[in-house]
Design a protein around this ligand. Structure first.
Ligand code: AMP
Length: 215
């Protein structure tokens, strides 16, 4: 995996000034549900994020579908002149209705290939509400960071408190003795889309202690 993906995160250099300029973050990967969810605030957040990415000229990297919150973000970015790369496994093309007019659609042969390519193409990650797929993608990218395979920021948008359970689970993992307390620094939780870009800019790199304190 490491050889294929060059997991060094070297493209990411937070600017510390609260604005992620295209020079620092040329592309961001958004993980989000393939369903729309019941809370209209989630759709609003997905839309707002797509618009902000377009306005900041940051390329959206995402799962390639036109459905759910993922589709809302992609369409908002596209409708506002943004650049969008969708990455979708061939077997999901019909289910997730791949290609809502994206700038670039890459069809891969597996979920693993999709995740690897999304990782490779993004300078950072933003997590919106979603289901098991969103959780899987978020945890895997955080795990790679814990293993020091990359330094890319991961910002979780806790819209209406949706990801509170995930934050609690991470605390329980630490309290149970299965991770260093520093894992809380692997992900940055924010309450709104407006906080995403300052959080990306100020996210700290993973500490080696998180990986090695128990070894
Ligand atoms: P969900 O949050 O379950 O609606 O899924 C969000 C996105 O994640 C969808 O595009 C799913 O196809 C995708 N997904 C689901 N499971 C996985 C997985 N194991 N690896 C990569 N992507 C996944």
């Amino acid at each position: 995996m490491r050889d294929e993906m060059k997991l060094d995160g070297s493209a990411t250099q937070p600017d510390g000034g609260g604005i992620a300029s295209p020079g620092r973050f040329r592309s961001l990967c958004v993980f989000a549900g393939s369903r729309i969810g019941y809370d209209p605030a989630h759709r609003d957040a997905a839309q707002a994020l797509g618009i902000l990415l377009a306005k900041r000229r940051i390329r959206l990297i995402y799962g390639g579908g036109s459905i759910g919150l993922m589709g809302v973000t992609a369409k908002a970015a596209l409708n506002n002149g943004g650049e969008v790369t969708g990455i979708i496994p061939d077997f999901l093309m019909s289910l997730e209705v791949g290609d809502p007019g994206v700038t670039e659609l890459i069809v891969v042969d597996s979920m693993h290939a999709r995740k690897a390519l999304m990782f490779e193409k993004a300078d950072g990650f933003v997590v919106l509400p979603g289901g098991l797929g969103t959780i899987d993608e978020t945890i895997e990218i955080a795990t790679w960071k814990q293993l020091q395979l990359h330094k890319k920021p991961i910002v979780v948008v806790n819209v209406s408190g949706y990801w509170g359970g995930l934050a609690s689970l991470l605390s329980e993992v630490v309290e149970g003795g299965y991770a260093h307390h520093g894992i809380s620094g692997l992900l940055t939780f924010v309450e709104s889309v407006e906080e995403v870009f300052p959080a990306l800019a100020s996210a700290s790199p993973p500490s080696r202690e998180v990986l090695t304190s128990h070894l």
